[in-house]
Ligand binder design. Structure first.
Ligand code: SAH
Length: 192
């Protein structure tokens, strides 16, 4: 049957922790796959805040939501902003309430591959994400070491996750060991 893909495993980790009415964050909306997943998981009373710096990504995300979850637009807030601004952009009453924050790093498939996530903003955004999470909430980060700049970012994120104090967080990785060409893998952090 095979193991779950990296992205499916991220969904499993998030789904296990999200309850109807929750708040969740998609830090890299991209083509909206995770935004849609989170919007379904939090349900009609929930809230999803999704971030991307490219208008094309938010347009693609909006189109996906419109098609797949037509009555769900009121529960999703799209931010044309860098994810390191998430604490400023998300209302303070929602801080420390998020059940899940999901990152899917790298470039937007089908768009300009020169626009990639970079450690200079990814690392502050991850710190902000930890502050938005509630206890028991999960941060998932799909990292892509295969493209130019991707390996350095993956290593920086892995070092960051490895250095989190055990008293406050559990961190782990989920990765395939025998795939060719530096495949993507998952890092995840649960707030205790
Ligand atoms: N690599 C994945 C898709 C990642 S999409 C795959 O192959 O399936 C990553 C998204 O992050 C892109 O849409 C890009 O515009 C966005 N992004 C890049 N820098 C960002 C930032 N600082 N804040 C928020 N989103 C950012």
């Amino acid at each position: 049957m095979g193991f779950l893909s990296v992205l499916s495993f991220a969904h499993e980790l998030a789904a296990a922790r999200i309850r109807p009415g929750d708040c969740a964050v998609d830090a890299t909306a991209g083509n909206g796959v995770d935004t849609l997943f989170l919007a379904r998981a939090v349900g009609p009373g929930g809230r999803v805040h999704a971030f991307d710096i490219q208008e094309a990504a938010l347009a693609s995300t909006a189109a996906r939501l419109e098609k797949e979850l037509p009555d769900g637009s009121d529960r999703v807030v799209l931010h044309l902003a860098s994810h390191d601004e998430m604490k400023l952009r998300i209302p303070e009453e929602l801080h420390e309430t998020a059940a899940a924050v999901m990152f899917n790093l790298g470039y937007l498939p089908g768009a300009d591959h020169a626009v990639i996530t970079t450690p200079a903003t990814t690392l502050p955004a991850l710190e902000a994400a930890l502050e938005l999470l509630r206890r028991g909430g999960v941060l998932t980060i799909a990292v892509y070491p295969g493209h130019d700049g991707g390996l350095a970012e993956a290593e920086a994120v892995e070092a960051w996750a490895s250095g989190l104090p055990q008293s406050g967080f559990q961190s782990m990785s989920y990765r395939f060991l025998n795939q060719r060409n530096r495949p993507p893998y998952l890092l995840a952090v649960e707030k205790r």
